[in-house]
Design a binder for this molecule. Sequence first.
Ligand SMILES: O=C[C@H](O)COP(=O)(O)O
Length: 252
Amino acid sequence: MRTPYIAGNWKMNMTPSAGKAFAEELRAAAEKAGADVKMMVAPPFVTIPAVAEALKGSNIIVAAQNMADHTSGAYTGEVAPAMLKDLGVNTVILGHSERRSYYGETDAYINGKVLLAIKEGMDVVLCVGETLEEREGGKLEEVLSTQLSGGLKDVKPEEMAHITIAYEPVWAIGTGKTATPEDADGAHQFIRSFVAKMYDSTIAENLIIQYGGSVNASNVKALMAKENIDGALVGGASLSVEKFLPIITFNK
Ligand SMILES: O=C[C@H](O)COP(=O)(O)O
């Protein structure tokens, strides 16, 4: 039985004060509604302390959107795992398509961060997904295989409990275009079977695979009804309590 895992990736939105107010409102709304899913929000680095304070003692996890591939030292502009852990952050999103496409992050570089996060005892949400060109060119499975084998290289079977995969077709991110539940489920099924080949069927069965790409109140139920879709990584709709609440309560 896989517990639904709904995450809000705030991307480069929310100042510390706006994030604090939002987190307080979200916490109250989620508690009132009796939200019964695993919940996470990923604020920008500088907003994390205010949000962590506002969500202290709640069941909403605070995560980071990225992390350095080193533990400390002369890496201007980077944030180390220990700095995140000092704020109570034990989860990190890695390999988001925006990091891959705008900042040139490769599978090997992402893999270095995945291994470091695990070594530091953190949980990882590893993002994978294809561009429209790749999908239309029949390369969906090739792209997912490369990103999974590259991103998870040297991750040991017993460490896979710390990994969540987020399948995010690049063409569906922030565009209002959602993959149909069937398309998304097909990709998730492929990911699960690939992980079964890399590891074993138990690890694959227990793996949480989130879908991300224009998830909203209207499409979340149909997506979550699919056998291989275990959660959502929500961007735009996670920035308003009114829009995010129906997503975290999709099963109520
Ligand atoms: O990390 C979240 C995804 O990129 C999805 O963003 P979106 O819900 O705005 O399409």
